[in-house]
Design a protein around this ligand. Structure first.
Ligand code: PMP
Length: 427
């Protein structure tokens, strides 16, 4: 049994000693003390079904024994920086990771986070092309350091400090966008930005395959192929941010970009890659990777033995437990059930996503699509009381983000939808 401080004591310490910017979910935040696969446990031992997986950070399940063993074994042997000496962990994982990527995407750089990965990717695109301008999508989230905050395109995540060189293209959002699901029409804006906002040559383009923080927005079909082709014509590199959509989450494919039939020049990843361990990566071609030899470049802990041992274990678990198939089968079932709920409750404006990356957008009005913020908070809170944790996102905070560990079962999906159904029926 748990004998540590209570939720109230932890909260008061956080208030006194931690940044006032740190936020948490729920009016009465949970004190989570244990995790086991798709479940989290509070200090009283109460079990919660985790349908948010720490924002897609836990892909194989909380404390998956294979990943824990890999971490513990490597920690007992050696934990060190990756510079100076050789060690097999980083090499083995880089090989395994590169083998999951198409074409000549074969060179891996490791970082400690998604922000760092995207910073590096954007810098490489700038070095390779000799250009500075980058295009990202409105409503995107790519990180919160100088360059990536520039690429992030939601005012609530942007501070008023210099963020130069990024142009934000119209978001190909099938639900709220002006062109509905006609991807190619939105892509024209990329051409316009290049033509009227740059010299005509650009460094690159960065986008998620499904926007996560932005509220599980699937890019309209046809958008990415058209945008990529425009970018290439302007000499730019295409960066796929797979921080959330990667690692088998979309079910039909291992990488989110594969759903759109494109092959990027640079792929960035984090979150699920380490099943909760701080790890990020940038994968690119040998030719592009060459730019970093122009100066000395290193990252002290990027790719350290413990984190890369965890990463390798994650890839093995995804394979061994057929988690991609599971994401497809359970995700399709869950989406079907959520879509049926949409027919039952007016408050649901849209159900979307792929595999185990699903979104449910709540609106008070189907015509105007007025965000139902309070209802979202209410349903989320009530579902927690029933024992189901879902995430929340979107610019207006009115989209449930359902991104559970990939071991989520059909029974879990039923429990989640039943909890949502019950809560909405009482509203
Ligand atoms: N890219 C995407 C798509 C993300 O969702 C996030 C984090 N929410 C990041 C990059 C940044 O990752 P990190 O928080 O690890 O820096």
């Amino acid at each position: 049994p748990y004998t540590g401080p209570s939720a109230a004591e932890i909260l008061s310490k956080r208030k006194e000693y931690l940044s006032p910017s740190m936020f948490y979910f729920y009016n009465k935040p949970l004190n989570i003390v244990d995790g086991r696969m798709q479940y989290l446990f509070d200090e009283k031992g109460r079990r919660y079904l985790d349908a948010f997986g720490g924002i897609a950070t836990v892909c194989c399940g909380h404390c998956h024994p294979d990943v824990v063993d890999a971490i513990v074994d490597q920690t007992k042997r050696l934990q060190h920086s990756t510079i100076l000496y050789l060690n097999r962990a980083i090499a083995d994982f880089a090989e395994a990771l590169a083998n999951k990527l198409p074409g000549s995407l074969k060179v891996v750089f490791f970082t400690n986070s998604g922000t760092e990965a995207n910073e590096l990717a954007m810098m490489m695109a700038r070095l390779y092309t000799g250009c500075h301008d980058i295009i990202s999508l409105r409503n995107a989230y790519h990180g919160n350091a100088a360059g990536t905050m520039g690429a992030t395109a939601q005012s609530n995540w942007k501070f008023n400090v210099i963020q130069s060189g990024v142009h934000h293209a119209i978001n190909p959002d099938p639900y709220r966008g002006v062109f509905g699901s006609e991807g190619e029409k939105y892509a024209k804006d990329v051409q316009d930005l290049i033509q009227f906002g740059t010299s005509g040559n650009i460094a690159g383009f960065i986008s998620e395959a499904i926007q996560g923080v932005g509220g599980i927005v699937e890019l309209a079909p046809g958008y990415l192929p058209a945008a990529y082709s425009t970018i290439k014509k302007a000499g730019g590199l295409c960066i796929a941010d797979e921080v959330q959509a990667g690692f088998a989450r979309t079910g039909s494919h291992f990488w989110g970009f594969e759903n759109h039939g494109v092959v990027p020049d640079i792929v960035t990843m984090a979150k699920g890659i380490g099943n909760g361990i701080p790890l990020g990566a940038v994968v690119t071609t040998p030719e592009i990777a060459e730019v970093l030899t122009r100066r000395s470049y290193f990252n002290t802990f990027g790719g350290n033995p413990v984190c890369t041992a965890a990463g390798l274990a994650v890839l093995k678990v995804i394979e061994k437990e057929k988690l991609q198939d599971n994401a497809f089968v359970v995700g399709s079932y869950l989406k079907e059930r959520l879509t049926a709920l949409k027919d039952k409750y007016d408050v649901i404006g849209d159900v979307r996503g792929r595999g185990l990356m699903l979104g449910v957008e709540l609106v008070t009005d189907h015509e105007l699509k007025t965000p139902a913020k309070l209802e979202t908070l209410h349903v989320m809170d009530q579902m927690k009381e029933i024992g189901v944790l879902v995430g929340k996102g979107g610019f207006y905070g009115n989209v449930f983000r359902i991104t559970p560990p990939l071991c989520f079962s059909k029974e879990d999906a039923d429990f989640l939808v039943d909890a949502m159904d019950y809560t909405m029926s009482k509203m």
